[in-house]
Design a protein around this ligand. Sequence first.
Ligand SMILES: [Zn+2]
Length: 253
Amino acid sequence: MVDTHTHLHFHQFNDDRESIISRFEEDGIDFVVNVGVDLEDSRRSLEVAKLSDRIVCSVGVHPHEAKNVQENFVKELEVLAKEEKVVAIGETGLDFFRNISTSEDQRRVFIEQIELARLFDLPLIVHVREAYEEAYRILSGEKLPEKRGVIHAFSSNYEWAKRFIDLGFLLGVGGPVTYPKNESLREVVRKVGLEHIVLETDCPFLPPQPYRGKRNEPKYLKYVVETIANVLNTSFTVVEERTTENAVRLFKG
Ligand SMILES: [Zn+2]
């Protein structure tokens, strides 16, 4: 399995980060994409990525942090993007649910990172919350990196899923697909199929149903795989293999 969205450098892992990483192989984790949320945090993400051959890194500025960046933040991001471990730009995007940064700041910082991703031909890891229409408007109007990227923690309906898939993006599916009330996300998975899905935990956040309220970690990805296998009436192994192929193509192809 590939966990395409982790934050293993966050403080929630300070006590057992190295033991979690050392168990990746026995837990069935081929590799993880460890994701930064601002410049300083992306540097920490990169440091953690250097601890293991099974960790690669994404660098970027989350929409919540858009209000804090300097005018020339992309120059600094560019320096990080050149590092060998860096395989993606993000997480970046729009969050009109919490609106911690103004929508103007969010748009500007998102567009600059789309341009950087295109320049370096790196896929994007896109955070979208209550902003699917605006994110789609921006992405469909910009020149995109060839590999496009992932709509992380996808949480809208099939119509929006289809639009982003038609742009060439994959959907990141994680813990929320296991929640009993989330039939709408399972419906998206059913209609979209394995071709357009990658797995993710977003750990330490969004744990699957058996661990709700606790800290999430990459090994809990198996609950997501089980749910997807049920929804698609297929086997655990098929879900594992196909989503791994998608992730390898996107981040290591
Ligand atoms: Zn995240």
